[in-house]
Write a protein that binds this ligand. Sequence first.
Ligand SMILES: Cc1cc2nc3c(=O)[nH]c(=O)nc-3n(C[C@H](O)[C@H](O)[C@H](O)COP(=O)(O)OP(=O)(O)OC[C@H]3O[C@@H](n4cnc5c(N)ncnc54)[C@H](O)[C@@H]3O)c2cc1C
Length: 502
Amino acid sequence: MGTSLMLISPPPPTKTPQFTPSIFPLPKTHQTISLPSSRKINTKIRSTRKFGNFLDLKPEYQPEDFDFDLPWHHSSDRSQFDVIIIGAGPAGIRLAEQVSFYGIKVCCVDPNPLSVWPNNYGVWLDEFEGLGLEDCLDKTWPMASIYIDDNNTKYLDRCYGRVSRSKLKEKLVKGCVSNGVRFYKGKVWEIKHHEFESIVVCDNGKELKASLVVDASGFSSRFIDRDDHKLRKRNYGCQIAHGVLVEVDYHPFDLDKMVLMDWRDSHLGNEPYLREGNSKVPTFMYAMPFSSNLIFLEETSLVSRPVLSYMDVKRRMVARLRHLGINVKRVLEDEKCLIPMGGPLPRIPQNVMAFGGNSGVVHPSTGYMIARTMALAPIVAFAINECLGSNRMIRGKHLYANVWNSMWPIERRFVRECYCFGMETLLKLDLNGTRSFFDAFFDLKPYYWQGFMSSKLTLKDFAWLSLSLFGNASNSSKFDIVTKCPVPLAKMTGNIILESIG
Ligand SMILES: Cc1cc2nc3c(=O)[nH]c(=O)nc-3n(C[C@H](O)[C@H](O)[C@H](O)COP(=O)(O)OP(=O)(O)OC[C@H]3O[C@@H](n4cnc5c(N)ncnc54)[C@H](O)[C@@H]3O)c2cc1C
């Protein structure tokens, strides 16, 4: 059964929203499975397999679209918009909600605006509380744990939450609908520009006109130009991970703590090939325990270049689960996570605005983006309103410059270079170096490690963080920093200089 909502007016809403259960309820038996709304079961599954190897199990739940009644823009409509947003992912929908709040006419274009977002998102509770989005979490953990190695575990006193994709989408879409956003079902093929307006051409030939086009189509966006300066090659890092929501007989993790990082490698004792690879390009386990037999597990390579093989990630995960005594009975969902990190920013300004995954906002050292994107949307929306709101009529070049600068003021561009420096440093560390790094990092004052992870540090904070990190580091880490960091440091300095001279 899909989530049932009447979102269009008139007539006014008549049905009460039915929220999805907070997490997947576990069945007592396979026959009595209680399915989450907006999902349906894949009946072709069920198998027994070797203890610990779950890769042959197919995920049981297939996404089913939301049952919202959206206000559509029809192909025959000739109306012109102020803003067209390409993409109805978290970034696109949040920006549409915020811009339309000012009475600006917005159209959101996506091949399927009603689809369920596919990824599992985690955020720190304080990040969502600050935005009034804490009701969009379906589970929170009062603490997070970090396993540095077998003998060293750290507990972080910061509450972590799993985002409820359905609640977040529902809340943002409701805001869009009450602010008058129109939705168009289509894939954008091309964007044509005139001095004061742009035309979005969809794959069915439909043309939509607006003063501003925002591309929120995710990492594989085709419409944004990157800064291709010779000295700033496309030096992306990449996060790769395999995640599964699983029913298990048992798992060893405390239910009041999520596992942010488990860097232990004792599971690779009998796997020399995997152990050698892991000591060079390490992976860790990220885990969200929902109950004693329902858990989300993700084997993650924080950042690698070239990207670590997906098969290696999965093999390491199988070995880890076997070692931890985790027997997977059913896979409810799985995800392949591939996130480009760092690299050059989009060219600023340009006549299409980027927002979300394609805008450089992904944290270069962690891959996180959701909370930051939710927080940036009101800032960018304010700038759009300053130009396109009633009577202002600032369009064309000035509009593009104002909107881009609201998202990437020069200080934030400098700070991003520091975060990219963080990524370049991580890329140079092997397993031991990575462990020492995080051992020292999570011993910093919470202001610094929390600010770093939430992309909130200023340049000055960043300088303090670097000095404190060096001060806290073990002798071997200090040696690592001194020997491995000069090149990234020089790159960062060069990029900051390039940024300042434009
Ligand atoms: C598996 C995975 C797990 C992640 N986990 C986290 C996490 O825990 N925390 C966190 O902060 N970040 C996480 N991220 C990173 C990031 O937050 C997500 O990638 C996020 O979904 C990006 O949002 P977005 O709206 O920019 O793009 P997307 O979610 O990719 O949405 C883009 C939308 O645009 C549409 N589209 C694409 N092309 C066109 C076109 N030509 N015309 C019209 N529409 C188009 C797509 O259909 C899609 O609906 C994760 C990423 C992945 C891949």
